[in-house]
Design a protein around this ligand. Structure first.
Ligand code: FEO
Ligand code: CA
Ligand code: CA
Length: 655
């Protein structure tokens, strides 16, 4: 017998929700009222702004899509298998996988054990996510996040032992209840060595890549190759650095921290550095004292006494009963210089402490640095940072991500919006605390609760930015986020559907075409939905969603140099019920000008598709396949998260 892997094969966001579900209050009367008022939904309450209408979004049909496509490929059908599929005329190869050696002193990946802590430190990490390609001299150096790890694949021996024990217990059970209880077990590390391995397999890889006659490959032993993990020394900078809430026994100054946690989306600066974003950092902390009273501020971030990884059993740094300030040192955007393998990564607290998805950086008209930042949790907010000083190419960039102002978005139903400055005056909090308890500061100024902001992407050819609002099953009348802010559907808002299964992409146009401006207008680029299962309902999605391009849960998003937007999904891939006809998670391309969306790639069942980069010559797309199911990509043994390199068969420029 084999234990059922499927319940472990969920993304980290979903697992976090299982471990610590957000509070929910529902007033039944208002649910009924809302359901009645929803009848008018398609009569104009979907907030497609005038910009979208003028550009033909509302009128886009699949027939038009075929005639006006700028895509250069024939869209592909859904898939439900355990393979990667790309359009005809394109090829793909598996480039790097969890456990592939970065250095020649590391052993080849061992499917029986998943490697040791020591071998893991010298190899590609697990669950690739955000990535950015840097050209350093003649070298192409990829920085890629390793967001989390699935302990059942990371620790196959422990997983097999626990499964056998559970099955023996279940076999001996006398009632169905006892049997179910025996099978409801969790996989956790069984030793300090296993904790060390879990800590080493997450973080970031910096890896030089080169293309030869046989395709792309890792440049083993490149001086740029580097692993950054949960124990790498880093510096804290910005408004929260040195604050008493960031001081620990090991770091009495609150300036030096070990490790970066749950590295989700990415970003890059024009001065050649990589930004890695700490998302569900809360899940790594637990308490040896189950009755511990939680310190102030913990609940809003979902930090509790029970962790997802059991680190606290073997590493006291992650035990909040012993080190209550350690969690305050995580939840930031971290800057890494890939050109200097010995450089110390810097946690930039000025960009706020939230469950950071990615960091979309754009230079404003006057040269100031603007960074858009999503906080991926139900009912949390969308943020923006604006530097005090302009970026001067070749000038000093050390303080550009330290000295600036953080804002949070309020979206109004008239199609306008405002970036609300998180100042001491507006929030009643001092500057350091605003950057430690950023969520609380944003609640204080009346920000708009969003349907889980995932990646933000900025169009390089037009003054507009997009954010994936992946889904929000808990949006309904009476519901709130963890801070008590209302989380019900609002007509003519970016979050117009209760029980939002499918997600949407909101887009905003900064006033004066200036990303540093405090005002903007907005519309929805797409509302995902299922026009076959839910015709004539808000859950059918917007008109640019058709039976031929259906998807759910948009998450990763990047623009290419032609101004097309690439959308990656992290959704339900059962292909049943509400999700019938959507198939496996996928990557699609959207044309902002026409609204057209076409499917470009499908991933293996069980995976999410996340993270994308282009080669310097733009003839290759690198795309990440996270937590695949089956035995992908090796066809045997453990499934391994991997990056695929996609090319046109004629080697033409793609994007
Ligand atoms: Fe790591 Fe919200 O995705
Ligand atoms: Ca994501
Ligand atoms: Ca997601």
């Amino acid at each position: 017998m084999h234990h059922d892997r499927s319940r472990f094969l969920i993304d980290w966001d979903a697992r976090d929700e299982q471990i610590r579900p957000a509070p929910e209050t529902v007033d039944f009367d208002r649910v009924v009222e809302e359901a009645i008022s929803r009848r008018g939904f398609l009569g104009g309450v979907i907030a497609f702004g005038s910009g979208a209408a003028a550009m033909g979004l509302l009128g886009t049909t699949s027939a038009q899509a075929q005639t006006v496509s700028r895509f250069g490929f024939t869209p592909i059908p859904i898939a439900t298998d355990f393979e990667v599929h790309v359009p005809e005329g394109y090829t793909h190869q598996v480039l790097l996988r969890w456990g592939d050696p970065l250095f020649s002193d590391a052993p080849a990946f061992d499917h029986a054990t998943g490697g040791t802590a020591e071998s893991t430190r010298r190899a590609v990490g697990d669950n690739t996510d955000g990535m950015e390609m840097f050209t350093i001299g003649e070298h192409q150096v990829l920085c890629v996040n390793h967001e989390y790890t699935n302990l059942d694949t990371l620790l196959p021996e422990t997983a097999a032992r626990l499964a056998a024990e559970a099955e023996a217990k279940a076999a001996a059970a006398t009632t169905e209840e006892e049997r179910a209880a025996a099978l409801d077990y969790r996989i956790l590390p069984a030793s300090a060595e296993e904790v060390a391995k879990a800590q080493a397999v997450q973080g970031v890889s910096v890896v030089e890549l080169a293309e030869g006659p046989d395709g792309w490959a890792i440049v083993v032993d490149s001086p740029f190759n580097r692993r950054i993990d949960h124990n790498t020394p880093m510096r804290l900078s910005g408004p929260a650095a040195g604050h008493e809430l960031l001081r620990t026994e090991a770091d009495p100054e609150g300036l030096n921290v070990l490790g970066t946690l749950n590295n989700c989306g990415s970003g890059r600066t024009p001065w050649g550095t990589y930004l890695t974003c700490e998302e569900n950092f809360n899940g790594y902390f637990g308490s040896s004292d189950p009755d511990l009273t939680l310190p102030e501020g913990f609940d809003r971030y979902g930090i509790g006494t029970s962790s997802g990884y059991g680190y606290e059993m073997f590493d006291p740094r992650f035990d909040i009963a012993k080190n209550p300030n350690e969690p305050n040192r995580h939840g930031y955007v971290v800057e890494i210089d890939p050109s200097k393998p010995d450089s110390v990564p810097v946690k930039r607290t000025a960009l706020g402490r939230i469950k950071h998805e990615n960091a979309a950086l754009v230079i404003a008209r006057d040269g100031r640095v603007v960074v858009y930042l999503g906080d991926d949790e139900r009912g949390e907010f969308l943020y923006k940072y604006v530097s005090r000083d302009p970026y001067v190419p070749g000038g000093n960039t050390d303080t550009l991500l330290d000295e600036g102002q953080l804002y949070v978005a309020r979206f109004d139903p008239d199609g306008t919006g405002t970036w609300l400055a998180l100042t001491p005056e507006a929030t009643g909090m001092d500057r350091a605390l605003i950057h430690i308890w950023t969520r609380q500061a944003a609640s204080a100024v009346g920000a708009t609760t969003m349907d889980r902001p995932e990646w933000v992407a900025v169009n390089p050819l037009a003054a507009e930015a997009y954010c994936c609002l992946t889904n929000n099953s808990r949006r309904k009348p009476g519901a709130t986020n963890r801070g008590g802010d209302p989380m019900e559907a609002v007509e003519n808002s970016p979050n117009p559907r209760d029980e939002n299964l499918y997600g949407q992409i909101v887009r905003w146009y900064p006033d004066g075409q200036d990303h540093a401006a405090e005002g903007f207008t907005w519309d929805l680029y797409v509302m995902a939905g299922n026009p076959e299962v839910h015709p004539d309902s808000p859950y059918a999605g917007s008109p640019n969603v058709t039976p031929g391009n259906m998807f759910n849960s948009p998450d990763g998003m990047m623009f290419d140099s032609k101004g097309l937007v690439w959308i990656q999904t992290d959704g339900e891939d059962s292909n049943e019920g509400d999700y019938a006809g959507m198939g496996n998670n996928q990557m699609l391309v959207g044309d902002p000008a026409t609204g057209e969306i076409a499917r470009f790639l499908t991933g293996p069942n069980g995976c999410e598709v996340t993270g994308m980069a282009f080669s310097a010559d733009r003839r290759t797309i690198f795309a990440g396949i996270q937590h695949p199911g089956g035995h992908w990509p090796d066809g045997h043994g453990l499934p391994r998260s991997a990056i695929v390199a996609i090319k046109r068969a004629d080697n033409a420029v793609i994007a």
